[in-house]
Design a protein around this ligand. Structure first.
Ligand SMILES: [Fe+2]
Length: 237
């Protein structure tokens, strides 16, 4: 199984603080059937130099590569990029794609409002830069003004909708996931794990909760993960 969204790299962002913590998260993943993990540390464009970020990510990845091997988990490098105005014209975003391929994990947190400019940027990433944005934990934006403007992007395949496995812990997020599932808009599931205690890997429970909503959609989401996993492994090797 693929975990497309994780904060397992040690001391890079607000995820795992130490290599030991990474080891605990990897053990949780192994137990829950993860075979490939994409490390997606936060990339905050303001005040971050891209080269420095990539260098830090590389160093952290080297530190945990052996741990991943021990657990039999493939490690793919990516980032969770925070949206900024004009991102749709920034070619260097290619350097932050998952495994260096054509998918970019993009988060919209902090926006409060999803307006036409955001939508145009997402479309430009796809149509001009040639990257397919995967919108991270979409259920968390359900209260944003303009939230539903995202839906046509998912319908047209301009962007993909990722939800967090931990959605069931929040009533509001559960409601949002139910609506997304009912309209068949969800493509991918991720753990978004940060810490083995406070924000652990909850893929098992999340998948069970998802099955209770729609076993058919759950099967499709997991199949999408399998397909993408093959693509990402081939990129990485
Ligand atoms: Fe995240």
């Amino acid at each position: 199984m693929l975990d497309i969204h994780s904060h397992i790299l040690p001391a890079v962002d607000d995820g795992a603080k130490t290599v030991q913590e990474t080891a605990r998260l990897l053990a949780q993943m192994k137990e829950q059937g993860v075979t490939t993990v994409v490390a997606t540390p936060h990339f905050f464009p303001l005040g971050t130099v891209l080269d420095d970020f990539l260098c830090m990510r590389e160093t952290a990845a080297k530190e945990i590569l052996e741990l991943c091997r021990e657990q039999g988990i493939n490690l793919v490098l990516g980032a969770e990029v925070l949206y900024f105005g004009g991102i749709g014209k920034v070619e260097s975003m290619r350097r932050l794609t998952l495994g260096g391929g054509d998918y970019l994990l993009l988060e919209l947190l902090g926006l409060k409002k999803i307006d036409d400019r955001v939508i145009r940027d997402i479309e430009a990433l796809k149509n001009e830069v040639g990257i397919t944005p995967i919108i991270a934990h979409v259920e968390r934006y359900s209260r944003y003004r303009g939230y539903k403007k995202l839906f046509p992007l998912f319908e047209k395949g301009v962007a993909l909708c990722q939800i967090n496995a931990s959605f069931f812990a929040s009533k509001q997020e559960t409601r949002a996931v139910k609506k997304l599932i009912a309209t068949e808009l969800v493509s991918l599931l991720g753990s978004d794990c940060h810490s083995s205690v406070n924000r652990p890997v909850r893929l098992n429970t999340g998948i069970a909760a998802l099955r209770a909503i729609s076993s058919r959609q759950t099967r499709i989401i997991l199949q999408n993960g399998e397909k993408l996993e093959k693509e990402l492994i081939s990129i990485d090797k």
